[in-house]
Design a protein around this ligand. Sequence first.
Ligand SMILES: Nc1ncnc2c1ncn2[C@@H]1O[C@H](COP(=O)(O)OP(=O)(O)OP(=O)(O)O)[C@@H](O)[C@H]1O
Ligand SMILES: [Mg+2]
Length: 260
Amino acid sequence: MSAVAPSPARDGRPVIELRRITKTYSRGEAEVHALRGVSLVVERGDLVAIMGASGSGKSTLMNIIGCLDVPSRGHFFLDGVDVRTLDEESLARVRNRKIGFVFQSFNLIARTTALSNVELPLAYAGVRGEERRKRALDALAAVGLADRAGHVPSEMSGGQQQRVAVARAIVTNPSLVLADEPTGNLDSASSNEVMGIFSDINAEGRTVVLITHEDDVARFAKRVVRLRDGNIVDDRRVTPVGAPPPRFGTATRDVAVGAP
Ligand SMILES: Nc1ncnc2c1ncn2[C@@H]1O[C@H](COP(=O)(O)OP(=O)(O)OP(=O)(O)O)[C@@H](O)[C@H]1O
Ligand SMILES: [Mg+2]
């Protein structure tokens, strides 16, 4: 890795730190202010849902966090590293090793088995042969699909395909998993199944940030951040479904952490 500027010392370095991030697209003469100065800190092990109306900047924010796009202004620290200091090669390595991506449309390779789909990021990372196969099978087992390893996507339900995509996202053992509307194409039963898996991988210590339009999906999160017109307008800690109830008090959904 190239020389990196650490963020100010913190106890338990946050996995994501955005400081006054703006993103402006030019569209002919017009400028679109997709993000207008977003500051956000995500600690390791959190499960964050990003919500907001269409066009509010959710995907733009996610693409910056995933190092798929760069901000117009502001600083983004990933694991304490100022992403602007990384060259293309280091960025590609970060994307491959540190971050797992899940998309709304699964993005599986159609005529290829679940196993080969899950092996792909390992192939890019240079992992070979038996080791690659074993790790891909372990990832498929982690999403409950060990018995579907030899199936191609068209032989699987949407929920199963998305679980394969989650297996592909975690197979490199990334500390951060990003998902842009991972349940957008799924019925509610499959959505719950996929969200249960996100909860599981979060319980293993992975940080998960996902975009959703659905309250039913956001209720799996520990924190809900709302965007409006490129700004964070709400940011609160919540008690995710399946978690033990809080020991004190009865409030579960209104412990505001305040917008940074
Ligand atoms: N490549 C681009 N060029 C120009 N404008 C863009 C580009 N990408 C996004 N935008 C604009 O930036 C704004 C934010 O877009 P973004 O895709 O982040 O919204 P979103 O919250 O993800 O919406 P949705 O819920 O529909 O996916 C929108 O006004 C959009 O039209
Ligand atoms: Mg979007």
